[in-house]
Ligand binder design. Structure first.
Ligand code: GLN
Length: 262
């Protein structure tokens, strides 16, 4: 049964001018549309850079950004930290991609040593590293956490492009285990972070267009039980992207083997 709501689901797209690389705006569009397709009213709320982030949103979407826009976005996020925390405590969901993921953590340490403080919503820390991790990324979602009524989604695919290496604090769960690509890139073969109604990830694509099952987990977290949707197009896109990533996985295996043999 669909949860009864007295207002539209408010999908917040935070600082899209600063945090919006590789089509991350699409995550908000996907959530609005897949919520409406269930007959549940949903609205897209854009919070422009420089504006305070309100505590009244149901979903907070932070996209990726390079170091300079990240610095500007980080300042605004820190000023609105109490609002974001209050909303999350009251049931809101946070989806943060790449630079946004780094900013919901404790800090990002840039290549020149400059420390950019995050909002500490999750206990992770990112340090700039080399080389950049670029290309298709596939992760098997963690299945030892409570995903809600649908259980874990199937393998997640996306595109990554980041220099940051992210380490998770003790007891912090990753979003998944890396099957191809870099992910958190700290040597643990993990990708992203998953906490109560919080997802941090390096998956662009946009991630929710490429992984409709993940989008539906998020919608269920805020709107309650939702019926499934017909998914032919979404599944063919997913199959296509998995094929592309597997080619990369094989190449990487071959390259690693060649390197190991000298
Ligand atoms: N500056 C960060 C990094 O390179 C974020 C990059 C991004 O969001 N695409 O690690």
């Amino acid at each position: 049964m669909t949860a009864v709501r007295d207002s539209a689901v408010r999908i917040g797209l935070i600082y899209p001018e600063l945090l919006g690389t590789y089509g991350d705006r699409g995550n908000a569009i996907v959530l609005v549309q897949r919520t409406r397709w269930r007959g549940i009213p949903a609205e897209l709320v854009e919070v422009d850079a420089g504006e305070p982030i309100p505590d009244s949103l149901d979903v907070y979407i932070f996209g990726g950004g390079e170091d300079d826009p990240m610095e500007m976005a980080g300042a605004g996020m820190r000023e609105s930290k109490a609002n974001i925390e209050r909303a999350h405590t009251n049931g809101a969901v946070v989806l943060a991609v790449c630079g946004g993921y780094q900013l919901i953590g404790n800090r990002y340490i840039a290549a020149d040593g400059e420390i950019l403080e995050g909002i500490g919503l999750v206990d992770v820390e990112t340090r700039a590293g080399s080389p950049r991790l670029i290309g298709e990324l596939v992760a098997a979602p963690s299945d030892d956490v409570n995903w809600g009524e649908f259980g874990p989604p199937r393998a997640l695919t996306g595109f990554e492009n980041h220099g940051g290496r992210t380490s998770l604090g003790a007891g912090v769960a990753p979003l998944g285990r890396v099957l191809a690509g870099g992910g958190n890139g700290d040597g643990t073969k993990t990708e992203g972070v998953l906490a109560e109604r919080i997802i941090g990830t390096y998956l662009h694509g946009p991630v929710l267009a490429r992984n409709a099952e993940l989008a539906d987990r998020i919608i269920a977290w805020v709107a309650g039980s939702i019926p499934p949707l017909e998914a032919t197009l979404e599944q063919s896109l997913r199959a296509d992207r998995l094929d592309a990533a597997m080619v990369r996985g094989v190449h990487k295996w071959w390259r690693d083997r060649m390197l190991a043999r000298g």
